[in-house]
Design a protein around this ligand. Structure first.
Ligand code: FES
Length: 168
């Protein structure tokens, strides 16, 4: 049995603001945003209980939330590290050398794609196209920063900065 969770009142208000953008019988349109808000509140990932809570809040069948959460790379269904590194491994990035970037990241972090470092600092993910093909190969950090035309040296500089920020 999955333990129930409650969506915080402030987060419910954020979801409600999105619901107002759509016809009242189209609550499914707010699923993407609701998942983002609840994931943010839960340290970057969503449990089954969170998916259920969103479905209940939006008065949708659970499958309507599960199918979105399991389709998009931006949702994590298990705990993630403090820094989430999404490396695009789709076609443009593949053709422009993302394999070299992935290998470099795996070596430097001591983990494979899909894993989190034992100190909880980094999660490394391989993701589908992030719509920055012109800057391939590229990666995204913490759903916020795009880094393009990557080289191993650029990756090292980015990780050095994250390390410094983590020490503060
Ligand atoms: S294929 Fe990598 S950003 Fe599009």
């Amino acid at each position: 049995m999955t333990e129930a969770v409650t969506i915080a009142p402030e987060t419910q208000a954020e979801i409600d603001r999105w619901l107002k953008k759509y016809p009242t019988d189209r609550k499914q349109s707010a699923v993407l945003q609701a998942l983002m808000f609840v994931q943010r509140d839960n340290g970057g990932w969503l449990s089954e209980a969170h998916l259920n809570a969103i479905a209940d809040y939006l008065e949708l069948p659970r499958i309507a939330v599960y199918e979105v959460a399991t389709f998009y790379d931006m949702y994590d269904l298990k705990p993630v590290g403090k820094n989430k590194i999404d490396v695009c491994t789709n076609i443009s990035c593949k053709l422009c050398g993302c394999d070299k970037i992935v290998s470099h990241l795996e070596k430097r972090l001591g983990i494979k794609i899909g894993e989190t470092t034992s100190d909880g600092r980094y999660t490394l993910k391989g993701v589908e196209c992030l719509a920055a093909c012109v800057g391939a190969p590229m990666m995204q950090i913490n759903d916020l920063e795009y880094h393009e035309k990557l080289t191993p040296e650029k990756v090292d500089a980015i990780l050095d900065r994250l390390e410094k920020e983590g020490d503060k």
